[in-house]
Design a protein around this ligand. Structure first.
Ligand code: PMP
Length: 307
């Protein structure tokens, strides 16, 4: 990634890729208090490249900053325009965007006072986070030995840099044991989410997903809520145990990077038929059409990068 060329938006300026550097005494680098977003741009036939649900991602970035008491030096309109500009100047038709707010190297110490919030936005091509085959066949998942954040330790409504230590540990453990993703439980033992995805299950035609208590308020999760409602499904948010997933008809993860990925196996138990279930396939199909402008009902989810 550091060898890519192009421009990165840093504190209001477009900087050549290799010059977008920070000092080793950058506060966020030491303690992990910062926040970020993961956003995707997709090509559409009518509007050209569009950022998917840009407004919602930027709103969440500002909510994260508020939770973490980081003063934002820019308003939302400026950061929305900057994200569109970054996609445009890098000549991307599709890609992944990473806006991040971090505390600078103006000082050290846990008081974190007298520090400035810096903002960077990078974008690069990132076709599919999961193996493309995973979209059709589904992935193998294991319940993590790592507990998802307790609500009063680090704030899980903030997409905070430091929270991802937990995600990385869990994901590596899952991969080391021959799976592709981890399912994390909350501190009471109920299903929370994946390392970077929300999770859903289907049983008898009803869709279930954990309440937001211990998981991130995912924007893909919200897109799936809207799509499922329009297709006439009921979605219930409630506490779910891991063994309810074992006996679910279908299960899937949602996230900006992972998109919509079926789960075919959890802890060695085959879920449903052992491949993508019909409701997952339907919702996934509509999701993939929506992001590329193929669903007029969801046209308002697309922010064209030009104009
Ligand atoms: N949970 C976690 C921990 C995540 O990192 C992500 C990715 N941002 C999600 C859920 C899914 O959120 P979204 O659909 O907004 O990408």
């Amino acid at each position: 990634l550091s060898k890519l060329s192009g421009k990165i938006w840093l504190d209001g300026e477009l900087v050549p890729w290799e010059e977008a550097r920070v000092h080793v005494l950058t506060h966020t680098f030491h303690y992990g208090l910062g926040c970020f977003e993961g956003v995707r741009a997709y090509d559409t036939p009518d509007l050209g490249p569009c950022i998917f649900r840009l407004k919602e991602h930027t709103e969440r970035l500002f909510r994260s900053a508020k939770i973490l008491q980081m003063d934002m030096p820019w308003d939302q309109d400026t950061l929305n325009a900057a994200q569109r500009e970054v996609v445009r100047v890098n000549g991307l038709t599709e890609g992944y965007l990473r806006p991040m707010c971090f505390l600078g190297s103006e000082g050290m110490g846990l008081r974190a006072d007298n520090l400035k919030t810096h903002v960077m936005i990078a974008a690069w091509p990132w076709p599919s986070y999961m193996d493309p085959e995973a979209r059709n066949r589904g992935i193998k998942v294991r319940t993590s030995s790592y507990t998802r954040h307790h609500v009063n330790i680090t704030m899980c409504k903030a997409k905070a840099n430091g929270n991802y230590i937990n995600s990385i540990l869990a994901l590596r453990e899952a991969i080391d044991s021959g799976c592709e993703e981890a399912l994390l439980l909350d501190n009471e033992g109920y299903v929370a989410e994946g390392s970077g995805e929300n999770v859903f299950m289907v049983r008898n035609g009803t869709i279930y997903t954990p309440e937001l208590t211990s998981c991130l308020e995912g924007i893909t999760r919200d897109s799936i809520f809207q799509i499922a409602a329009r297709e006439g499904y009921t979605i219930r948010e409630r506490r779910i145990t891991r063994d309810e997933f074992y006996v679910a008809d279908e299960a899937f993860f949602t996230g900006t990077a992972a998109e919509v990925v079926p789960i075919r196996e959890l802890d060695g138990r085959t879920i449903g038929s052992g491949s993508r279930g019909p409701i997952t396939e339907q919702l996934q199909g509509i999701y993939f059409e929506s992001v590329r402008g193929g669903q007029p009902d969801y046209a308002n989810w697309l922010a064209p990068v030009s104009g």
